[in-house]
Ligand binder design. Structure first.
Ligand SMILES: Cc1cc2nc3c(=O)[nH]c(=O)nc-3n(C[C@H](O)[C@H](O)[C@H](O)COP(=O)(O)O)c2cc1C
Length: 178
């Protein structure tokens, strides 16, 4: 799964947590879901702040991303420790991370505790994409996967990987079996 860095807080005091369990949920209105363990710092912070950003990590910040997943905001300032750069969001107080090629600003619209895990639904208020990763600067859908170079986490094996090559066209290759 692609590795996301989820940030909640304010530009003065924000925490980063590494989250692999992220999914787009609906397109209209645009929402996404994240699963956040209740024992860490971030779950309660997201409940309190009611906003967060989802920042897709590239392979170039693998070490920083891993650190944010093995340390707690209860004990350290992860922005200070990693050197990752906070950039103010447009719609919410939680900042985005400059080093990440794709950033999503979310307002918390629903939460439930399932066992020891929070299921948070965020309404997507704003998306930022590095324009140098796009074929067409006006079209966010024209991103170049190789340029984004997302960090991929394989659960179970606990390995980080790079994205492989393109092998087919979605919504199309299956037509061969029609
Ligand atoms: C690659 C990776 C992926 C992770 N994915 C998740 C996840 O999806 N949900 C979760 O609750 N914790 C996940 N974690 C663990 C949290 O990042 C970790 O518990 C973190 O220390 C909590 O930080 P906090 O106390 O500052 O919130 C992941 C850790 C790593 C290294």
């Amino acid at each position: 799964m692609p590795v996301s860095l989820v940030v909640t807080g304010t530009p003065e005091k924000a925490n980063i947590v590494t989250i692999a369990w992220v999914s787009l949920l609906t397109s209209a209105p645009p929402t996404l879901g994240i699963s956040v363990g209740s024992r860490g710092f971030s779950g309660d912070e997201i409940l309190k702040n009611k906003h967060f950003t989802v920042n897709i990590a590239g392979t170039d910040i693998m070490t920083e991303a891993d650190y944010c997943g093995i340390s707690s905001g209860k004990e350290v300032d992860k922005f200070a420790k990693t050197g990752l750069t906070k950039v103010p969001s447009l719609k919410i107080p939680s900042p985005i991370i400059k080093e990440c090629p794709l950033n999503i600003e979310c307002e918390l619209v629903s939460s439930s505790l399932f066992g020891k895990t929070h299921h948070f639904v965020g309404k997507i208020l704003q998306v930022h994409m590095d324009t140098d990763k796009l074929r067409d600067p006006q079209n966010p859908g024209s991103y170049m996967a190789e340029a984004m170079d997302p960090l991929i986490y394989m659960g179970g094996a606990r390995e980080y990987r790079k994205l492989g090559e393109k092998i087919g066209d979605a919504y199309s290759i299956g037509e061969r079996l029609r």
